[in-house]
Design a protein around this ligand. Sequence first.
Ligand SMILES: CC(C)(COP(=O)(O)OP(=O)(O)OC[C@H]1O[C@@H](n2cnc3c(N)ncnc32)[C@H](O)[C@@H]1OP(=O)(O)O)[C@@H](O)C(=O)NCCC(=O)NCCS
Length: 185
Amino acid sequence: MSPDPELRTLRLTLRQWRADDREPFARMNADRRVRLYFPGALTREESDGLADTQEASFAERGFGFWAVELRESGAFIGFIGLGVPSIEAHFTPCVEIGWRLMPEVWNQGYATEGARASAAFGFERLALTEIVALTAVANAPSRRVMEKLGMTHDPADDFDHPRIEPGHPLRRHVLYRLQSRQHVA
Ligand SMILES: CC(C)(COP(=O)(O)OP(=O)(O)OC[C@H]1O[C@@H](n2cnc3c(N)ncnc32)[C@H](O)[C@@H]1OP(=O)(O)O)[C@@H](O)C(=O)NCCC(=O)NCCS
């Protein structure tokens, strides 16, 4: 397999990270709308660290969260991809799918489009048998993306996020699962 996989969908390119992604990525990670379902905004340093983590993940594992750009304009709009959660929980170790996009492009189906290609990559190229997704219970847009991907939610899988303090409204999380046999290429 190529060490630097890239994916193309009808409207998106999921590509490797470039130095000039860092500024718009940091802007997105500092935006309160984007961080509504996370405990806080990211500093520039934290945002750069998150991009570093994705680059290291591709180098080590051959997958990660890709930088996403619109094919039409070449604009960077966020990240989508596959990762390995660093928390310990009843469903780990596992491979997760995730997404975070600039508010200017929300509700046009981009997260679902990029995630579909990412899941297909996971099942077909990485031969995964299951991909999970997790988010705060209240994150309706993200849960909707999970549903549109055909992922299933069993309330028995709900869990308290170990990095979010007890009593915090975002602590309770849902887990969605997608099995390779559910995936239709
Ligand atoms: C989650 C996120 C990536 C979705 O991106 P997107 O490109 O807008 O996703 P899509 O357009 O593919 O689908 C969004 C769906 O959520 C729905 N939606 C949006 N706001 C909603 C709300 N407040 N309540 C319920 N559904 C909502 C949309 O209507 C759409 O569903 P539909 O196609 O059935 O109409 C984007 O909202 C985001 O970046 N959020 C901030 C970061 C984040 O929370 N990431 C996920 C962490 S797990």
